[in-house]
Design a protein around this ligand. Structure first.
Ligand SMILES: Nc1ncnc2c1ncn2[C@@H]1O[C@H](COP(=O)(O)OP(=O)(O)OP(=O)(O)O)[C@@H](O)[C@H]1O
Length: 291
């Protein structure tokens, strides 16, 4: 199973949201990182056949994107904002969706729904109305609906936003478990989601892909460009205007700062070990999305 994109382009009038993206995703959780407006949702909606490309092509498990009916059987999609039959119970909603996805036999549906409820840990809420679920539970129900027909490509947009740390962990484990023999495309702003569960990361900025590789390789993009320094308030003021600050912690009257710079930013600054987030910031900065 693999997903391939060949010069995939989407324009909205004169705005190019996705600009000739060519890449390949193999089985596992694939992280998608990019600043707001980079084109992530556009890319996910193209793969979900909710949008048509302006030019270029893509295949999912060898099936061309333009074969919409076949593609829809291969994909599951959990968008950022999703709404769900609020007046139904959890089981009723999943049963209804299972019927829509073509699971006709009642016994098979029951078995599948029981498996999913266990996987997303909602067995104790079978009879709870969807509108009465917490935000995290709704997200888990959302992932259950996206998995119901066992898609080869599962697309999830910011699934851990608004979840507490325990829920986030559970969610990441669920996605990792599901990703055997499948591709899970995970769009997130949470570095920890990527670091802890992704086989590879794809960075999208201004509709293009400047990087695809492992978490460690992404960190390497910032090697030699991350500096740690202790500063007084006037140095801090200067640094804040001149450099991309990664983090700053006040220690009494001084600041302990990590920043990005191609050369040593001030006397006494020490080269620091880069993290994945540093590598990402270097790429996004090079693309002009930060000043
Ligand atoms: N239907 C549309 N009509 C016009 N422009 C659009 C449309 N959809 C998206 N865009 C533009 O395309 C670009 C990419 O948008 P997209 O929503 O894909 O970005 P994103 O990376 O998902 O951002 P975010 O993280 O904020 O959701 C943006 O400049 C956006 O304004």
């Amino acid at each position: 199973m693999e997903v391939t994109l060949q010069q995939l382009t989407k324009q909205f009038g004169s705005k190019t949201a996705l600009n000739g993206v060519t890449l390949k995703w193999e089985e596992g959780v694939q992280g998608l990182l990019g600043p707001n407006g980079a084109g992530k949702t556009t890319l996910m909606r193209l793969l979900a056949t909710l949008l048509s490309p302006t030019s270029g092509s893509a295949t999912i498990d060898g099936v061309p994107l333009k074969e919409k009916h076949a593609i829809r059987e291969l994909i599951g999609y959990l968008p950022q904002e999703f709404s769900f039959y609020p007046g139904m119970t959890v089981v009723e909603a999943l049963d209804y969706l299972a019927i829509l996805s073509g699971l006709d036999a009642a016994a098979r549906r029951k078995k599948k729904i029981n498996e999913l409820l266990e996987a997303v840990n909602l067995e104790n809420h079978r009879k709870t109305k969807v509108k009465a679920l917490s935000g995290g539970m709704k997200r888990r129900l959302g992932i259950a609906q996206a998995m119901i027909h066992e898609p080869k490509l599962l697309i999830v947009d910011e699934p851990t936003a608004g979840l507490d740390p325990e829920e986030r962990l559970r969610f990441r484990q669920l996605l990792a478990g599901f990703s055997a023999n499948r591709v899970v495309l995970l769009s997130t702003h949470v570095a920890e989601d990527i670091e802890s569960s992704c086989r590879e990361v794809t960075v999208l900025t201004k509709g293009s892909v400047p990087f695809q590789g492992s978490v460690a390789q992404l960190a390497e993009q910032a090697r030699g460009k991350v500096w740690a320094a202790e500063m007084d308030s006037s140095e801090w003021h200067m640094a804040n205007q001149s450099f991309n600050i990664v983090s700053a912690v006040a220690k009494g009257s001084r600041m302990s700062v990590r920043l990005l710079s191609d050369s040593p930013p001030l006397p006494g600054a020490e080269a620091a070990e880069p993290t994945m987030e540093d590598g990402y910031l270097c790429l996004v900065k090079a693309g002009g999305s930060l000043q």
